[in-house]
Write a protein that binds this ligand. Structure first.
Ligand code: FE
Ligand code: FE
Ligand code: MG
Length: 162
């Protein structure tokens, strides 16, 4: 990153890079959980659930892209080995071993709720300290809030079916 750009960050940059890498690990695991979930999910409203999961997978990948850009701008090294995703993750990974729509949706809702907490914390930490990261975290948070709502709405529709 340019020297002036780095000067603007009034917090410990290596700590910030660590937090961004942790979120980066979360995004890759979330991406895969959605992507593989879309392939195996079964049950009512399967078509709608599949397209929502696929759409979210694509958006998690975009988040990973935003994070890696910021990490490199800050002079950091992104996670290079997928093994480190598990070591670094905040939100973990829930394998969709039960392919029925309800547990798959519930697992992903849990993941979104964790992501909302992660980005909310990142906003608190970067507020008035690093406006560029703050802005990025806010953009991602808006998507995660939408993701949670989309999945909960499908789950409600499913539960209303008899
Ligand atoms: Fe995300
Ligand atoms: Fe999400
Ligand atoms: Mg959606």
């Amino acid at each position: 990153m340019g020297t002036k750009g780095r000067e603007m960050v009034s917090m410990d940059v290596s700590e910030l890079i660590e937090l961004l890498n942790k979120a980066f690990a979360d995004e890759w695991l979330a991406y895969y959980q959605y992507w593989v979930g879309a392939k195996v999910v079964k049950g009512p409203m399967r078509g709608q659930v599949t397209s929502e999961l696929e759409e979210h997978a694509g958006e998690e990948l975009e988040h990973a892209q935003m994070l890696i850009e910021r990490i490199t701008q800050l002079g950091g090294t992104p996670i290079l080995n997928p093994e480190d995703w598990y070591r670094m993750t905040n939100c973990g990974y829930d394998a969709p071993t039960d392919h029925f729509v309800v547990p798959v949706l519930e697992q992903n809702i849990k993941g979104e709720q964790c992501a909302i907490e992660v980005y909310n914390k990142l906003l608190e930490i970067t507020k008035d300290k690093d406006p560029v990261t703050y802005h990025m975290a806010l953009e991602i948070l808006e998507d995660e809030v939408e993701h949670e709502e989309d999945l909960q709405a499908i789950l409600e529709d499913l539960r209303e079916r008899r």
